[in-house]
Design a protein around this ligand. Structure first.
Ligand code: AMP
Length: 419
């Protein structure tokens, strides 16, 4: 029986892998130039980390986690998101004693048992950032601007909409949830089973339910922004005016509440205009570090779906693979192999993509392979070349051939002149 990959997972290879590398290189450059630090946390964590932070009543914890008992009888969960793990690491490693704010970024795989559809997998990857230690809306602006800059560099900015909202602090939400429940009291019986449960346990999640039966009951819902306290309102106004001042476009979407328990004040999402897919989302979580028994540490962060970013780059043809092999060494025999082995390394150190036969095949077979991998040049070291300490550089587009002395320096000069 053939073994195939598990449902909801995928293999990433060859041309698509190049796009992933390109996106990840951009992420790394953007984050390191902003003085942010990369963090890697374990793929599996103690289950209680997620139930205490993401929230027991959320879809993620309720329905989607990959949870199992390990051989020691501990309940383990494959991470469904990464903010919780980063906050656990922040507390466990004493990051609060470091200069504040602590600015972190990550990429990694997440696991959610979800129904498969376009852009929705059970194993997927996120790029995320977490800025810990600032309660200022300026941190929200900075956080959003990292995603903004990434989308600008990738050519995706005009394909996406940034939607923002404020869900206030716990004071604002207590008043709002009362008003929401009052409004829904005579409508909830006509809504879906999930919303009936949410009405009791997590009423704000009713707002973004997409079921038709529920949508029709929500035409005049009270909105959280009308219940913000003075401080939350001021923060939201400041955020909007600063986004305007620095030229980051956004729309206000009063229906964004985010599915996770730990958010407060600013929440936001990046949505694809054409595909109706969320590409990323996050917000402020000022109490999460304390909820997990750490010191008071206001923070903001988000996760962007890398699979969906790659999907969009492919959809709009925004990635050009310009990383073909620059030079392929075709070698007559072991002797020729040993002679060019270090020359190939020297050229790699100069920035060329250089490859060499490792099968001991005939020159003819090596030339065939070189043509198949789309190399720009082949560097042939046959019998004559070996005697003369030279090589024949063949331009694979024009078939022009030129003999040069066998040294990295001479090959480099030739390639620069020939490019
Ligand atoms: P969330 O933590 O649910 O807000 O997810 C943040 C981002 O991760 C989303 O906007 C998606 O781009 C991505 N994402 C979430 N779930 C999945 C999934 N099952 N498959 C692929 N991407 C996902």
């Amino acid at each position: 029986m053939n073994i195939s990959r598990a449902k909801g997972t995928k293999d990433i290879f060859f041309d698509e892998m190049k796009i992933w590398e390109y996106v990840e290189e951009n992420i790394k450059q953007i984050c390191s130039r902003r003085n942010m630090n990369q963090i890697r946390t374990p793929i599996f964590e103690d289950t209680s980390l997620f139930s205490r932070s993401v929230g027991n009543e959320t879809d993620i914890v309720n329905k989607e986690m990959y949870t199992f008992l390990d051989k020691g009888g501990r309940s383990i969960t494959l991470r469904p998101e990464l903010t919780a793990g980063v906050v656990r690491a922040y507390i466990e490693n004493g990051f609060s004693s470091m200069p504040s704010p602590v600015k972190l970024w990550y990429t990694g795989t997440m696991y959610r048992y979800e129904k498969m559809q376009k852009g929705r997998y059970r194993e997927f990857s996120q790029f995320g950032i977490e800025l810990l230690g600032s309660d200022s809306y300026l941190a929200d602006v900075e956080a959003i601007s990292v995603a903004y800059e990434l989308f600008r560099k990738l050519g995706l900015l005009d394909k996406l909409i940034l939607r923002i909202n404020s869900i206030g602090c716990s004071n604002c939400r207590t008043k709002y949830v009362d008003a929401l429940k009052e409004y829904l009291a005579d409508k909830i019986d006509n809504m879906c089973e999930d919303c009936k449960a949410r009405y009791v346990k997590n009423p704000m999640r009713i707002i973004d339910c997409k079921q038709d039966s529920c949508k029709s009951q929500k035409s005049n819902l009270p909105m959280i922004t009308d219940y913000l306290c003075e401080e939350c309102n001021k923060d939201f106004e400041n955020l909007k005016s600063t986004l305007n001042a620095v030229g980051m476009k956004y729309e206000i979407d009063k229906t964004i509440v985010r599915g996770l328990d730990y958010y407060n004040k600013t929440v936001f999402e990046f949505i694809s205009k054409d595909l109706d897919l969320a590409v990323g989302g996050g917000g402020r979580y000022d109490t999460l570090v304390e909820v997990l028994d750490g010191p008071h540490t206001p923070a903001v962060g988000y996760g962007l779906g890398l699979d969906r970013i790659i999907l969009l780059l492919k959809e709009y043809n925004l990635f050009e693979n310009n990383k073909n092999v620059d030079i392929y060494f075709v070698v007559q025999d072991n002797n020729a192999f040993s002679k060019v082995f270090n020359i190939a390394n020297d050229l790699r150190n100069l920035g060329y993509i250089a490859d060499i036969d490792i099968c001991g095949r005939s020159i003819k077979a090596q030339m065939k392979y070189a043509a198949k991998i789309n190399t720009k040049y082949t560097c042939i070291i046959g019998e004559d070349e070996l005697k003369e300490n030279s090589c024949s550089m063949k331009n694979m587009d024009t078939s022009e051939q030129l003999k040069v002395n066998l040294s990295a320096q001479k090959i480099d000069n030739m390639l620069k002149g020939g490019k």
